[in-house]
Design a protein around this ligand. Structure first.
Ligand SMILES: [Zn+2]
Length: 365
């Protein structure tokens, strides 16, 4: 797969059956609408509280509910209660059947659901840049970013092309899910402890370059250690691990090696603390999640710490962090451990906003 193809084709191949599903003009970040009649504070006065990974779109589609459904772990009321005002809504394509068409159909279904919520609810709007997100925050709304967890269908073209998805509002791309694909090796195929596993393929290197050129954030959560290190070294912009914990606190193939933590930090990226008890380790509670935060801070500095809860992803939540409304207890625990207010603010979201801006600033396309 050539780089030019990844960047250039925003439209479908003429014979592509997904063409009929169309690529509507991006219904994104209606910034002109978010100012409203009431005076808004300057954008920079609203601190970003970012959750880098929720599977809420999958739950909304499965249950046929909206973002205001109280049963969601990261629904509107919970996010308001816990302070989250920027949320990465993840489109999770299927592993089986592992066909580009199945991938594209599921991405379309989930993307359309997020767009429908953007239209239906006055209190949320899709953001494609930090500037758009800041404007949405200034209007006291919640900014939704769109990500895809697993690039395995991108070869489909049309709806599946990275450029087309970016034009529609995609801000982040996860290289793999739990299995290796034609771009990259996955931690799901690597032994625990994670220094094994295949890395980026030639197509994977082209995908990294294409994402850099477009200003799409590269997400290495789920990737093998080799993929993570190669993507981190190759990328011209910060890379992130949206929902990954530290292998040094709890050994698990899904958690990041010390080298990966250092590389992501040195690159200016961030790592979102994952709340799934399997990755957090026992006892899965607020203190154990804070142990991961302390470890990331020790290895990579406070600027690498972020949050990617994995809420609505059928996770086993830690005691005291059962939904997005519980997040203040984590921040209080970090303060209790001596984190400065500035470091807490960074972990709450400003670190990601910095990394995201750097990705946008280095885009060339
Ligand atoms: Zn995941």
């Amino acid at each position: 797969m050539m780089l030019w193809w990844l960047i250039a084709c925003g439209g479908a191949e003429p014979s592509d059956p997904t063409r009929s599903e169309g690529l509507p003009v991006p219904a994104v970040a209606r910034v002109s609408e978010v100012g409203g009649a009431a005076p808004s504070p300057p954008a920079e006065t609203v601190a970003a509280h970012v959750d880098l990974h929720v599977d809420t779109p999958t739950q909304m589609v499965r249950r046929n509910v909206g973002l205001d459904d109280p049963a969601l772990e990261s629904g509107l009321d919970d996010m308001r209660a816990g302070g989250t005002n920027v949320v990465v809504e993840v489109l999770w394509p299927p592993r089986e059947p592992a066909t580009p068409a199945a991938w594209a159909a599921q991405v379309e279904r989930l993307f359309a659901k997020v767009e429908a919520e953007d239209k239906r609810l006055d209190s949320v709007a899709i953001a494609r840049t930090p500037t758009e997100a800041r404007a949405i925050l200034a209007a006291h709304q919640t900014a939704m970013l769109v990500s895809i967890e697993g690039a395995h269908g991108i070869e489909a073209g049309g709806v599946a092309s990275l450029a087309g998805l970016h034009a529609r509002g995609l801000s982040l791309i996860g290289l793999t899910w739990t299995f290796s694909n034609h771009f990259a090796g996955s931690s799901g195929d690597a032994p625990a402890g994670a220094s094994a596993g295949t890395g980026l393929t030639a197509d994977g290197r082209a995908l990294v370059a294409a994402a850099n050129a477009l200003g799409v954030v590269i997400d290495v959560s789920h990737a093998s250690d080799a993929t993570t290190m190669e993507a981190c070294a190759l990328s011209s912009a910060p890379v992130i691990a949206s929902h990954s914990d530290a292998d040094g606190v709890h050994a698990h193939a899904r958690n990041l090696s010390d080298d990966a933590i250092r590389c992501i930090a040195q690159k200016g990226g961030v790592i979102g603390l994952n709340f799934h008890a399997t990755f957090v380790g026992q006892p899965a509670n607020v203190a154990k999640v804070a142990d991961h935060a302390d470890y990331l801070k020790k290895l990579g500095g406070a600027g690498v710490v972020a949050l990617g809860s994995d809420y609505d992803g059928l996770i086993t939540t830690p005691a005291g962090l059962t939904d997005a409304g519980d997040l203040p207890s984590l921040w209080d625990e970090l303060r209790r451990r001596g984190w400065s207010e500035s470091d807490v603010r960074g972990a709450q979201g400003e670190n990601f906003m910095r990394a995201w801006q750097a990705v946008i600033d280095r885009a060339t396309h």
